[in-house]
Structure formats: structure tokens, C-alpha cells
Design a protein around this ligand. Structure first.
Ligand code: HEC
Ligand code: HEC
Length: 315
């Protein structure tokens, strides 16, 4: 066997090792991430199921919400929520909109020019409801939906929800709900960790750059099916093939499987090949390699040995 042969084999071997190692890494990371988002979503659901029983309301029903609004919102939205040059008016926006923007942590912004992004909510459930009550008391919210209290998704048809999701939501949020970058730097956020109430509110109010799906587009039953699909299947994906690698999708997961598998086969083949060659070289018949002085002088070649540099010089 020639030096260049050995070199090629070593290159292949390192490549196979690298590929397998990196994909095993992805595998572990993917699993870890899935776990983190899983626990996040269950916390979110628990938070949403809390009701306003656990905090004493002081004074008039609107006083607490007004105080919170003045302290946290009025600097941008105006003292009477009529808006200004820093932020849009909130008059008439409906409870669902205010609830969603607070539950997602989008509001309050630190500064008016900041991008609203997902943060842990600043307020607990009671405070959110107080702010919602205050803001919606300021003006009638013609046709704009309120908070869907008692939203029941236990009878949601998730198969129907899946096809509605694929049609209406996947173009932006992707079919796995992992979110995606849209044109102009707009980000469709991942749907892991959102509560059923937030999904309903987003669909019916169309926050920011998301279109609004009114009753003319999706019936109440269809929205419930979509919410059921997102909360039950996207957030707790059923993985018939075992580990789901964080829900990156069947095609990507298939590729990972392929690479790990092929990498392992390649390694096994190289190892077997290596042993056979070592046996031959160890035996009498150095035969056709006889002219190759330097390599024979090295004695045999051991598969993972450290004499690459010397061989490089000879090559
Ligand atoms: C630092 C300025 C700032 C503060 C403080 C702030 N907001 Fe906002 N708010 C904005 C801006 C700017 C927008 C528009 C964001 C966008 O559309 O991307 C906005 C949008 C909203 C919207 C969506 C309005 C719509 O029609 O879609 C709601 C609801 C809202 N804010 C509620 C609140 C509440 C409630 C508070 C207090 C807890 C608050 N905001 C605090 C600047 C602020
Ligand atoms: C045109 C792209 C687009 C489509 C279609 C779309 N969304 Fe969105 N969605 C967005 C964007 C962008 C946001 C972030 C809102 C913003 O701009 O502040 C968002 C936000 C959300 C949120 C809130 C996430 C959070 O972090 O709190 C939910 C839930 C959601 N969408 C669900 C859906 C569902 C369900 C559908 C299908 C019925 C859908 N979206 C269709 C673009 C889209």
C-alpha cells in the first residue's frame, strides 16, 4: 500500500469521525432544547390557568389597573391611552389585544423604538386582567374581541387543526411551529411556550405584522381546532421514530439519521479494512510495496497512529 493511499484513508477516517461527532452533538443539543421549551410551555399553561382569586382588589375595580397603566404605559400611550408620537392609541383595541401584548411580554417596551419581543411577562395574571379592564373601560371596542375566558380545547379536532394550520399559519411560522424570518427583517416567532389563550388571541387580533383571521375567514370551531393542534401537537409533538431532535422536521431529522448511520458504517468499514491491511503488512508478503523504502522502514501502520506528518513528507 502506498503513502497516498494511507493518507486518503486517514482523511476519510477523520471526516467520518467529524461527521459522526458533530451529528451526535446536534442530536444531544436538539434533545436538550426540546426539553427546555417543553417545560416553558407547561409553565405558561399553568400561569394562564391561574385566576384572579389570589390577589385582593383594593378600591374601585378600575383603580388598580389605572395605577399600573399610569406607571407603566402612559409615558408612551398617553395618560388616557389616546396615543401620541411614541405609541399608537389603545382606545377601542379590545381585551384580547391588550392581554396578548402583555402575556407575550411584548409590552411594556423599554423605549418606543425597540422591537417588541418575547420576554417573561412583567405582570402576573391578576395585574394583566386589571390593566385590561382599565384600558377597555376607556372606549367601546366595536367588534374587537375580548379575552376568551373558559376557552375549551378538549374537543378540538387536531387533524382538522393541522390542515388549517398548514394552510394558514405554516407559511410564516413553519409547519413545525419553529418560527421563521420573513421579508424585511420581520420574525414570525416560534409557537413553543404560548398558551391556548395567546394562540386564540393572536389568530383573532392579528398582532403586529401577522394578518388577522376574523370570523369570515375562520369559524369559531376552526380556531379552536387550530389552537388545539398548536397546544397539543406542536408543543408536545408525537415522535413515532423515537427522539425528535427538537422538532426540526422529518426531512432534517432523516438527514441526521442518514449521516450518523453512514458515518458509523464508514468507520466500521475503515476499521475492518485497516486490520486486514495490517495483517498483510505484518506477514511476509510485502510484495509489490517492496520498493517503498521509507514506509517499510516504519514497520506497520497502525490505524489511528500519529505518524501522519512523516507520511505527508513522503507523499
Ligand atoms: C416605551 C414606550 C411604550 C411603553 C412603556 C408601552 N408601550 Fe405599548 N406600544 C408601544 C409601541 C411603539 C407600540 C407599537 C409596536 C408595534 O406595533 O410594533 C405599542 C403597541 C402596543 C399595543 C398593540 C396596539 C395595537 O393596536 O396593536 C398594545 C395593546 C400595547 N402597546 C399595550 C401597552 C400596555 C398595556 C403598556 C403598559 C403595560 C404599554 N403598552 C407600554 C410603546 C410602548
Ligand atoms: C404573514 C405571516 C403570518 C401568518 C400567516 C401567521 N402569523 Fe402568527 N405571527 C406572525 C408574526 C410576524 C408574529 C409576531 C407579531 C409581531 O409582529 O409583533 C406572529 C405572532 C403569533 C403568535 C404570538 C407568539 C408569541 O410569541 O407570543 C401566535 C400564537 C401566532 N402568531 C399564531 C399564528 C397562527 C395560529 C396562525 C395561523 C392561523 C398564524 N400565526 C399566522 C406572522 C404570521
Amino acid at each position: 500500500m502506498t503513502a497516498s493511499h494511507a493518507l486518503l484513508r486517514r482523511a476519510l477516517l477523520s471526516f467520518a469521525l467529524l461527521v459522526s461527532a458533530s451529528f451526535v452533538g446536534t442530536f444531544l443539543l436538539g434533545g436538550g432544547r426540546a426539553e427546555v421549551s417543553g417545560s416553558g410551555s407547561s409553565n405558561g399553561v399553568n400561569a394562564a390557568s391561574l385566576t384572579s382569586q389570589d390577589s385582593p382588589a383594593t378600591g374601585s375595580p378600575l383603580a388598580a389597573g389605572r395605577t399600573l397603566f399610569v406607571q407603566n404605559c402612559s409615558s408612551c400611550h398617553g395618560i388616557d391611552a389616546s396615543g401620541g408620537n411614541r405609541a399608537p392609541p389603545l382606545l377601542g383595541v379590545g381585551g384580547a389585544t391588550v392581554d396578548l401584548w402583555l402575556s407575550s411580554g411584548w409590552m411594556p417596551l423599554a423605549e418606543p423604538t425597540a422591537e417588541p419581543e418575547r420576554k417573561p411577562a412583567r405582570f402576573d395574571r391578576t395585574e394583566v386582567l386589571e390593566i385590561v379592564r382599565y384600558v377597555t373601560s376607556l372606549a367601546p371596542s366595536f367588534g374587537n374581541p375580548g379575552i376568551p375566558f373558559g376557552l375549551d380545547i378538549s374537543h378540538a379536532n387536531v387533524a382538522e387543526g393541522f390542515s388549517m394550520f398548514a394552510l394558514n399559519c405554516a407559511p410564516c411560522h413553519t409547519i413545525t411551529g419553529a418560527g421563521d424570518a420573513l421579508a424585511d427583517g420581520i420574525q414570525a416567532p416560534p409557537l413553543h411556550g404560548v398558551t391556548k389563550t395567546m394562540v386564540w388571541e393572536a389568530v383573532r387580533t392579528g398582532p403586529g405584522n401577522m394578518p388577522r383571521f376574523g370570523p369570515g375567514t375562520l369559524s369559531s370551531a376552526q380556531v379552536v381546532d387550530i389552537v388545539g393542534y398548536v397546544v397539543k401537537n406542536i408543543q408536545h409533538p408525537f415522535s413515532p421514530g423515537g427522539l425528535s431532535l427538537g422538532g426540526v422536521g422529518p426531512v432534517a431529522e432523516g438527514f441526521v439519521g442518514l449521516f450518523v448511520g453512514v458515518g458509523a458504517c464508514l468507520l466500521a468499514a475503515l476499521w475492518v479494512g485497516d486490520r486486514t491491511e495490517n495483517e498483510e503488512e505484518g506477514g511476509e508478503q510485502d510484495g509489490d510495496d517492496g520498493h517503498d523504502g521509507p514506509e517499510s522502514a516504519d514497520g506497520h501502520e497502525d490505524g489511528l497512529g500519529g505518524d501522519d506528518h512523516r507520511e505527508l513528507e513522503h507523499a
